[in-house]
Design a protein around this ligand. Structure first.
Ligand code: BG6
Length: 484
């Protein structure tokens, strides 16, 4: 099945922080892949802006090197690379002074979509927004894109929202959570709201509990300073896991429209119960044969920052009353594996007797790797006397089901950057959503600080601290395996 490419209108995209890691690793490769897919018209303009005193040619060299690493397959087409680079320009510019802004103004095209991507730390959001306005660069068709972390807590998120709101309307602000750009995350909505099969069962009457696991095998190398201040709760739970939880738990929006979807997600966040201290486990990885410990990595022998979190929460509404949501995420775990498991209840009565054992359906939505969906169903064990039951997977790998061209699904940034150009905010976080997520997260972190909580050590390459298993065991449940 060949996916359809819907071309976008001509646009100017300015990337502030264009020499930084995110721009080089994600944004520019995403733009190049979309260019190769034929999604742009001829006269698009991408302008890298950063403090480095590069000229256009030097910037082209930097971009080429990044693309060769991060989009190697597409770079084989040297003609495509050359034509792409003709559309890429560079301005040396300082966010904190007037230096370079007139040069930028001179390059922008009138009367077309103009997107400013703030691929910089949040302390520069305000100065950039102010200068865009002061130099009269903002038009009606202007959008700004901001990255996480969107604040460090509720208070700082409010300040950021207010700073941006002083210069731009909410409809112009695109707050990225790149998890929302992942193909399977969008598929979650397609599966839930495009099929009759699941929705009638999608509630506490039929669902025993939900498990959301985002396990990473990587550590925090190269981001020590940021991570030491953030920890897993701020880095992953407040945003990525929260968004997954929302998509699983939300009511069907009336339509697939930005505010309809975001209104429903916001209701979920506001309905989340506070997390009791005995329903949350923090962990920190220890050193071993597979590498140094967290503390060695950050160079702080007393660090109490968590690199792992497992918790239990509830969505207090009619649909989910009594169904716990278990979330866990961590660094340096046994595998990279992000999966949502919807664990259905046992059949109310077993006609097959005690020998048949207990069986329950599990719907697994694999976000990465091997994107796909598996439904575990119970059947008769073949060839056995009597009625012995066994669970087998009904498995749908998207790559297999949709053909070889879907082996390599578009990166989240490809979808999100094109949505900015199209002016579609459905997969971006609204200001009130971000604030509500912090309002739930802040008391958890404050509780740790007040109690002087120290994270539990876990082995590098393991599934996390033993206490995370206990969290489940106490409830008579257990985590599904972390499988790559
Ligand atoms: C980022 C976090 O937002 O997401 C990182 O800051 C994390 O710590 C990353 O590694 C995970 O993203 P992905 O797409 O690799 O699952």
């Amino acid at each position: 099945m060949v996916s359809r490419v819907i071309p976008v209108d001509p646009f100017d995209l300015v990337i502030f922080g264009s020499t930084g890691d995110l721009a080089q690793r994600k944004i520019l490769p995403a733009l190049f892949r979309r260019f190769c897919a034929g999604q742009w018209p001829q006269d698009v303009q991408i302008i890298g802006a950063a403090r480095a005193g590069y000229d256009r040619d030097t910037f082209h060299q930097v971009v080429t090197e990044s693309l060769q690493i991060h989009a190697p397959r597409h770079c084989k087409d040297t003609n495509a690379l050359e034509v792409f680079l003709q559309r890429v320009d560079y301005v040396s510019l300082d966010a904190l002074s007037e230096e370079g802004w007139d040069r930028l103004a001179g390059k922008l095209t009138k009367d077309r979509v103009r997107a400013f991507y703030f691929s910089v730390g949040p302390r520069l959001f305000g100065p950039l927004a102010e200068r865009i306005k002061a130099h009269d660069l903002a038009t009606e068709k202007t959008r700004i894109v901001v990255e996480k972390p969107f604040g460090h807590n509720l208070e700082s998120a409010r300040v950021l929202n207010a700073t941006l709101a002083a210069h731009f309307s909410e409809g112009q602000i695109y707050r990225i959570d790149h998890y929302l750009g992942k193909e399977t995350v969008q598929n979650l909505m397609a599966v839930r709201f495009g099929n009759m099969l699941f929705e009638p069962l999608w509630n506490s009457q039929y669902v025993d509990h939900i498990q959301i696991t985002v396990a990473e095998s990587v550590g925090i190398d190269g981001r020590e300073e940021y991570y030491e201040r953030a920890g897993a709760m701020r880095d992953m739970v407040q945003n990525h896991l929260m968004q997954l939880l929302c998509l699983i738990a939300m009511e069907p929006p009336a339509k697939f429209d930005p505010d309809a979807v975001r209104d429903e997600k916001l209701k979920v966040i506001r309905a989340l119960d506070p997390v009791e201290p005995h329903h949350i486990v923090r962990g920190q990885f220890e050193g071993g044969p597979n590498g140094p410990s967290y503390r060695e990595t950050v160079g702080n022998p007393r660090s109490t920052t968590e690199s792992y979190v497992a918790l239990r929460t509830h969505v207090s509404n009619w649909r989910w009353a009594g169904t716990p949501f278990y979330l866990r995420t961590g660094k340096r775990l046994v595998a990279r594996s992000s999966v949502i498991n919807v664990m259905f209840k046992d059949a109310p009565h077993s006609i097959f007797g005690a020998d048949a054992g207990r069986h329950a359906n599990v719907l697994s939505i694999r976000l990465q790797p091997n994107e796909g969906i598996t439904l575990k169903v119970t059947i008769k064990e073949p060839g056995q006397g009597g009625m012995r039951l066994v669970d087998v997977p009904l498995d749908m790998s998207f790559a297999e089901a949709l053909g070889p061209e879907n082996q390599d699904p578009p990166d989240a940034y490809e979808r999100l950057v094109m949505d900015v150009i199209r002016g579609n905010q459905t997969l971006f976080m609204r200001g009130d959503e971000v604030e509500a997520a912090w309002a739930w997260t802040d008391p958890i972190i404050a509780g740790w600080q007040a109690r002087g909580d120290v994270p539990k050590p876990y082995e590098t390459g393991s599934t996390g601290p033993g206490d995370a298993e206990l969290l489940m065991k106490r409830d008579g449940r257990r985590w599904q395996g972390i499988n790559p």
